[in-house]
Structures are given as structure tokens and as C-alpha cells.
Design a protein around this ligand. Structure first.
Ligand code: F6R
Length: 623
């Protein structure tokens, strides 16, 4: 992984590819490269470091109207010039970029070496270039299909070949690939961000699909499973053995400005500030105030189906998992259905029991996270019903689910997720409301929740207005090497999300704990050097939480307390952050908001590249 761009048309490809790669930078990468196909064949420029360095170092004569580009996030071999993509065959006729992981790369490398092929890089991708070159098929489509038949693993690939100078062949299996339709020119990318300045008319490849892209259009197809492909047999017609999938283009309602940080110092700050509007969007048209319920047509479930659910299991990764824990609590509280959340990355490895009356909920901003996608596929294989809470329309997880709730947060570019997570929480509240109202949640309680939901956008804005005050607190926290984030019950996933955001962009060790568990071990670490950020809402546990604050203060641990106005912290010395009160079930998201700004300003104070945290990628499409 990480980012792919491609171009076929009437313009010089290199500037378009480089600009596209810049738009993918936020996803995280360590090296970049481009290849173009011109009169003198395939030319490649690639190096470790930034796209800017690649652009500066590009040879003067780098012409060609067909090209592919890539930002790499090292998986096989270190980040260096040789391992950067594109990779070529020995004759320099084939160039390949690849996202994903080829599981049998080691065996294939050995086989190629036995045949006398010299492999230059440590990567799994390079084998693809040699396999394409070695195929005896007489079309590029046939050669790519032969190569893919030999590999096991995941991929999004774009391939060009000097003998077929009018086209790119692309394929997808587990790693996203989108084709962008222009006017006598066509684009390819792993992420819409690289396309939107050129076109919003796109087609998404499905897993198992290939496409041929020329300047005048594209054709998608699947390898016909009935036709052997690994025999190297010559194909009679151009794409013998393949079935056209006749994919339709869709024009997306996207504002290219959403992919621009504008006057903001970073995408993360822009996206934090967009939350009031984003929260309003996810609610739009989904509240039934008369009956005190939610209206979620996309679930594809009628009242009887909904009523039959006996358990809810939420699956997501990272922050989506933590919001999933908040969501499971909402479902239990409002619908009184047993609910829990689990890391999707672990789920399928314990051979999970899939029950027909359980509703599985996959949560994902990108809709492409491979662990979540594979968990969904495991459930569906075993006959379970899965709905998705997904931000990216038409993404792999969205397509795989039986129904779902689109989050309408708008494009989220920064690696650290903020507005999508807020909308996930609101999405869960809507789901819990609908599940609750076909059970025992009264109409009065339904209406109470609806008032709370309608108040959220304004209350979020209120918290964001206090950015300067939060920035001061963040600067103090940034001085510590190690911090605790603590909370109880509803507050614990808030603490987990707070620690997650803090560690991923400030690189400080931030550990989340249940406040109740402190005295069972971690209290040993509390000292004047180790601050604690404590989540203390006004609820049935406030007194117990305040008791724990005393224990921390007694060990001279500095305290920042995220709480509600009026909560009496006694004589505990603490920096206090008061958030507005909502209905207690909805409080977790308001308690989370200040923690985003603490993380953001700590990272900013430390001078980190906030939108591109080290070692992290925006969507994790490899296991
Ligand atoms: C944290 C973060 C990650 C993602 C996780 C899941 O700020 O961004 O932990 O939440 O990788 O990603 P999605 O939601 O795209 O499935």
C-alpha cells in the first residue's frame, strides 16, 4: 500500500500523476514514484521521501501520455529508492504499481530466481512485473490475468506495457480502485481524493474485477472461472476467458473543496470544526418527531425483523471500535438488547459463532478497512445479517452489507478521524432509538432523545468555540512523556478514544484505563510527571469518580477533568473542562470533543505533521 494514480489521455501524464499523488499524501507513505509511457518506452522515476522531492528530481525529458504513480508505505523491505513503486520487468517494458500484500511472494521470488530472473527490490510487487512479462498471452489483459492467477493475496494494481501503449490494465482484490471518467481522458486512483479535481464521474471496481482503461473509455470484466488461466494458453480473441461485467458509471455529488484544507493549518483542524454541520447532516430526514423514533430506511429491515433481534454485535477497528463501544452502550440502554463491540481485526480468528437473531454492525469511515471487511464477509458466509455504519458511499464494506446508515460526514482526509467518529456516534443513537421504539422505549423517552440529538450540533459548536482554552491545557499535557486517560462505563470508551487520538498524533504514551481499575495496578505509575485526563460526567458514578480523583491527587498526579458544570470535585486540584449537558445517553460524544482538541494542540505544539502521523495510513487495506 498506499496510494495509486493512473492516467491515459491527451495530456502529459507526469504532472497529473504527481498532483494526484500529492492528494494522497495524507494517507501516509514513505516513498513515491511515477512511470510514463512515451515514444521511447517506459520511463520510471521513484525515490524514498516526499512527492515534492520526486517532483523536484524528475528528469527534464519525462514525456508520455499514459502513466501510473504510487505512494508506498513499506510492507516488504525498507523504505528506499529501489523498493519504491513502480516496479518493472528486466526488459523495462512492464511497469506495475500495487497496493495490498502478495502472500506467496517468497515462493514466487524463488521460482523467478530459479528461472534466472534478477529481482532488484525486496518487494512482493516486483514479482508481478516479471510475471506479466513472462506470460505468453497475446494481450495485456491476458498477461495480467495470467500473473494474477499465480498470486495469492490482496491487491489493487495498475499495469502498463510498452507493447500496448494505449492502455492501462487495472485489477482489484481487497484494495480499492476507482476509475475516473474524463473527456477523452481517463483516470485511475485508489482514493477519490486523487480524482476530484479532474472528474466526479467514477466507477468502483469490485473484488475480482479487472478493467482495461484507454483514453476513450473503460471495460470491466472478470476472469471466467470455467476457463483455465494458468496454462499460458493463447487466447483466441482479445479477452477470451473473461466475462464482461458491464459496470455503470456514477456521478458523485462531491465538492472538490472538501479535499482542500483551505485556510486551515491542517485537515484535522478543518474536520474538527466541520463537526456541527456534519452532525446536522447525519440527522437530516432521519427523525420522526411525532412517534419519537428514527427513520432509517437504509437498514432494509421492517418492524418485525427489528423486533426479532436478540443481540447486537458491533465490529470496527481503532477509533471506530471505540465509538462502537459507545454505540453498543446506547443500544443496551435504549433498546435493552444485549450489545457489545469487538475489534474487527480479532473477530474472525476465533471462529465466531454467528447467530441468526444477532444484528451485526460494521463501523468504518473509509469502508475499506480490510479487517472490518473480512469480518463482514465471515459473518455473511455464515448466514448472519450485517448492517454498516459507513462514511464513504459505495465503498467495499457498504457494498458488502445487507443495509446500513451512511454517515454523511463528508470526505475525511486527516489520518486521525474526528467528524466521521462523531457521526458514527449519532448513527448509533439513531439505530438505538429505532431498535428501542419497537421495544420498550416509551414515546416520551424517544422524544427526549430526539430533543437531545437536535441539540447536539449547537453544543458541539459551543465546545469548539473554547479552542484557545483547550490549546493551553494541551500545551501542558504535551510536556509529559506518558499520560493516563480514565473513565468509567459510558466514560471508558471516551477515555480510550481520547488516548488513541493523543498518542497517534502527539507520539506521547497515552494509556486508557477504567477509573475503577486504577487501584488494581496502574496507580503505581501515578506521579507528578504522569498526568491523568479523567472523564467525569454527572451521572450515577460521579461520586465514585471523584473518589478516584482524590487518590490520584494524593499521589501528586496532575489532573485534567472533563466534566459537567456544577459537578463538585471537592478540594481536588485539577484543570477543569466543562462540557454542556445533554441527555445522559448522548453525553459521551460531547465529552469526546475536547479530547480531540487536546490531541490536536499537543501535536501542533510539538511541531508534528498532524495530517500525516508517522507509521499510520488513512485506511488500512492490508492485514
Ligand atoms: C484513529 C483512526 C483509526 C481508524 C481505524 C478504522 O483516529 O483514524 O483508528 O479509526 O483505522 O478506520 P475506518 O473507520 O476507515 O474503518
Amino acid at each position: 500500500m498506499c496510494g495509486i494514480v493512473g492516467y491515459v489521455g491527451g495530456q502529459q501524464a507526469a504532472p497529473i500523476l504527481l498532483e494526484g499523488l500529492t492528494k494522497l499524501e495524507h494517507r501516509g507513505y514513505d516513498s513515491a514514484g511515477v512511470a510514463v509511457l512515451g515514444g521511447s518506452g517506459v520511463k520510471v522515476a521513484k525515490q524514498a521521501g516526499r512527492v515534492r522531492d520526486l517532483t523536484d528530481g524528475l528528469p527534464k525529458r519525462f514525456g508520455g501520455k499514459v502513466g501510473i504513480g504510487h505512494t508506498r508505505w513499506a510492507t516488504h523491505g525498507p523504505a528506499n529508492d529501489v523498493n519504491a513503486h513502480p516496479h518493472t520487468d528486466a526488459a523495462g517494458k512492464v511497469a506495475v504499481v500495487h497496493n495490498g500484500i502478495i502472500d506467496n511472494a517468497a515462493i514466487l521470488r524463488e521460482r523467478l530466481a530459479d528461472r534466472g530472473v534478477e529481482l532488484l527490490s525486496d518487494t512482493d510487487t516486483e514479482v508481478l512485473a516479471h510475471l506479466v512479462a513472462a506470460s505468453t498471452a497475446d494481450t495485456l489483459e491476458g498477461k495480467v490475468t495470467d500473473a494474477l492467477a499465480a498470486i495469492h493475496g490482496t491487491y489493487g494494481i495498475a499495469v502498463m506495457h510498452a507493447d500496448f501503449p494505449d492502455r492501462l490494465v487495472v485489477a482489484r482484490n481487497g484494495s480499492p480502485l476507482i476509475i475516473g471518467v474524463g473527456d477523452k481522458e481517463m483516470y485511475v486512483a485508489s482514493d477519490l481524493a486523487a480524482l476530484v479535481r479532474h472528474t466526479t464521474t467514477v466507477a468502483h471496481l469490485e473484488d475480482g474485477e479487472l478493467a482495461t482503461v484507454t483514453s476513450t473509455g473503460f471495460t470491466t470484466y472478470r476472469e471466467d472461472p470455467g476457463v483455465p488461466v494458468d496454462s499460458g494458453a493463447k487466447r483466441g480473441n482479445s479477452w477470451g476467458g473473461m466475462t464482461s461485467t458491464g459496470k455503470e458509471e456514477t456521478t458523485l455529488d462531491i465538492d472538490p473543496a472538501d479535499y482542500d484544507a483551505g485556510e486551515h493549518a491542517s485537515y484535522m483542524r478543518k474536520e474538527i470544526l466541520e463537526q456541527p454541520d456534519a452532525a446536522e447532516r447525519v440527522l437530516r430526514g432521519r427523525l420522526d418527531e411525532r412517534f419519537g423514533t428514527a427513520h432509517l430506511g437504509g437498514l432494509n429491515m421492517d418492524a418485525r425483523d427489528t423486533r426479532a433481534i436478540r443481540r447486537v454485535k458491533v465490529l470496527g477497528c481503532g477509533s471506530a471500535y471505540y465509538v462502537g463501544q459507545m454505540g453498543a452502550a446506547l443500544v443496551e440502554e435504549l433498546a435493552r438488547i444485549p450489545a457489545d463491540a469487538e475489534a474487527a481485526s480479532e473477530f474472525r480468528y476465533r471462529n465466531p459463532i454467528i447467530e441468526p437473531d444477532t444484528l451485526y454492525v460494521a463501523v468504518s469511515q473509509s469502508g475499506e478497512t480490510i479487517d472490518t471487511l473480512l469480518a463482514v464477509q465471515e459473518i455473511r458466509r455464515k448466514g448472519g445479517r450485517v448492517i454498516g455504519l459507513v462514511n464513504v458511499v459505495g465503498s467495499a464494506i457498504a457494498r458488502e452489507c445487507d443495509g446500513g446508515i451512511y454517515l454523511h460526514a463528508g470526505p475525511e482526509v486527516a489520518v486521525a478521524s474526528t467528524k466521521a467518529l462523531t457521526n458514527m456516534f449519532v448513527g448509533f443513537a439513531l439505530l438505538a432509538l429505532q431498535l428501542g421504539r419497537v421495544r420498550d422505549l416509551s414515546i416520551a423517552d424517544g422524544k427526549r432523545l430526539i430533543s437531545g440529538l437536535l441539540a447536539l450540533p449547537g453544543q458541539i459548536a459551543e465546545i469548539l468555540e473554547r479552542e484557545d482554552e483547550l490549546a493551553d491545557v494541551a500545551v501542558q499535557l504535551a510536556e509529559a512523556d506518558s499520560l493516563f486517560f480514565v473513565g468509567r462505563v459510558r466514560g471508558f470508551p471516551v477515555a480510550r478514544e481520547g488516548a488513541q487520538k493523543f498518542k497517534e498524533i502527539s507520539y506521547r504514551h497515552a494509556e486508557a484505563y477504567q477509573t475503577s481499575e486504577l487501584k488494581h495496578g496502574p496507580l503505581a505509575l501515578i506521579s507528578p510527571e504522569v498526568p491523568t485526563v479523567a472523564v467525569v460526567p454527572e451521572d450515577e458514578l460521579t461520586d465514585r469518580n471523584v473518589g478516584a480523583l482524590h487518590e490520584i491527587a494524593a499521589r501528586r498526579g496532575p489532573l485534567v477533568v472533563v466534566t459537567h458544570k456544577g459537578v463538585d470535585l471537592g478540594d481536588v486540584e485539577a484543570t477543569r473542562i466543562d462540557v454542556p449537558r445533554n441527555e445522559r445517553e448522548l453525553d459521551p460524544i460531547l465529552l469526546t470533543l475536547p479530547l480531540q482538541l487536546l490531541a490536536y494542540h499537543a501535536a501542533r505544539h510539538l511541531g508534528h505533521d498532524i495530517d500525516k502521523p508517522r507509521n499510520l495510513a488513512k485506511s488500512v487495506t492490508v492485514e
